[in-house]
Design a binder for this molecule. Structure first.
Ligand code: SF4
Length: 310
């Protein structure tokens, strides 16, 4: 007896549905707040259109954006959790749910072979949908989060030197914002995730998780990192960018920073946009197969951010 694959499949399907249609409360509040304080006429108009768009999506049960982005999963597994059929069964359930959700919700079948452009028409293929894992001690549940990651081109990476420090990070952050906004690489307003440290792949992964898996308004528990988040948020919103690349008072809902210990000779930094069509939804499946849906992915637990040997 354990967590059943058919329950995982039903939950994953429902997560796709919720993520595609219902804008999470934190994003909703943030966009409404930005709209209220916007003083530029055109940007105000854009904010009002965005608000009307997410209200229509919910009222008519239609996706928030015609572009599904790239649907993906984050799975946090309690150390004591038992899955019938193991992780292979879990992954089969996630892939089946993605194919049926694409057909029935519907989601746009975005995933194609990178060279032949063959489209299986179901968002399933090699490494698609991707599944990232983390673990949690003293728990027997399974947390599943889906993210339909939009703003596909709103990501960048730079290897800084340790001496570049915080000023170097701020400079790269502003360079990236300006590139994303002026070239239309991602729709604003957005949550910006910043990964600092690690190896290149870990730096990139953490920045993306910081953008997609923390609520607007959440602050890092380390006060130094929390201060940097506040400073980058103020810096980005003082730069004169508004929604959808127009001039305006604000275009960044929040900045989330995550760090990883890195090589002593470098200071890798990555910057990621999570666009205003913020598609994410989470559910916890308990050992008795009961299910609880929620909005906060609770991905960055103290255990996940641990620094010591234990
Ligand atoms: S960036 Fe976001 S809002 Fe813009 S088209 Fe892509 S998914 Fe839609």
């Amino acid at each position: 007896m354990g967590i059943r694959p058919e329950v995982i499949e039903q939950v994953a399907y429902e997560l796709h549905r919720r993520a595609a249609i219902v804008l999470p409360q934190d994003a909703r509040r943030s966009i409404q707040h930005m709209c209220a304080r916007e003083t530029h006429k055109l940007s105000k108009f854009v904010f009002l259109e965005i608000i009307e768009n997410f209200q229509i999506a919910e009222n008519e049960s239609r996706p928030l954006c015609a572009d599904t982005g790239l649907p993906r999963f984050y799975v946090k597994c309690g150390n004591e959790a038992v899955i019938e059929g193991g992780f292979v069964a879990l992954e089969r359930s996630l892939r089946r749910a993605t194919a049926s959700a694409t057909r029935e919700i519907p989601l746009r079948p975005n995933r194609v072979h990178p060279l032949t452009r063959k489209d299986p028409d179901n968002n399933v293929g090699a490494h698609a949908p991707s599944v990232d894992y983390s673990f949690e001690p003293d728990a027997a549940w399974l947390d599943i989060t889906t993210v339909h990651k939009g703003g596909l081109f709103g990501s960048d990476y730079r290897m800084l030197f340790p001496a570049d420090g915080i000023p170097g990070i701020k400079r790269f952050f502003l360079d990236a914002m300006s590139e994303f906004f002026r070239r239309g690489l991602s729709c604003q307003p957005a949550v910006v995730g910043v990964g600092i440290g690690g190896s290149k792949d870990v730096c990139f992964r953490l920045g993306k998780e910081a953008a997609c898996l923390r609520l607007v308004g959440d602050r890092h528990p380390d006060p130094h990192i929390a201060r940097l988040e506040e400073e980058l948020l103020a810096l980005g919103n003082e730069a004169g960018f508004g929604p959808m690349g127009f001039r305006g008072d604000n275009s960044i809902m929040d900045v989330h920073v995550e760090i990883a210990y890195t090589h002593t000779g470098g200071l890798p930094v990555s910057v990621h946009h999570f666009c205003f069509a913020m598609r994410r939804a989470t559910a916890r499946i308990y050992a008795d197969n009961s299910v609880e849906y929620r909005e906060d992915p609770q991905w960055f637990t103290p255990y996940y951010r641990r620094e010591g040997i234990d």
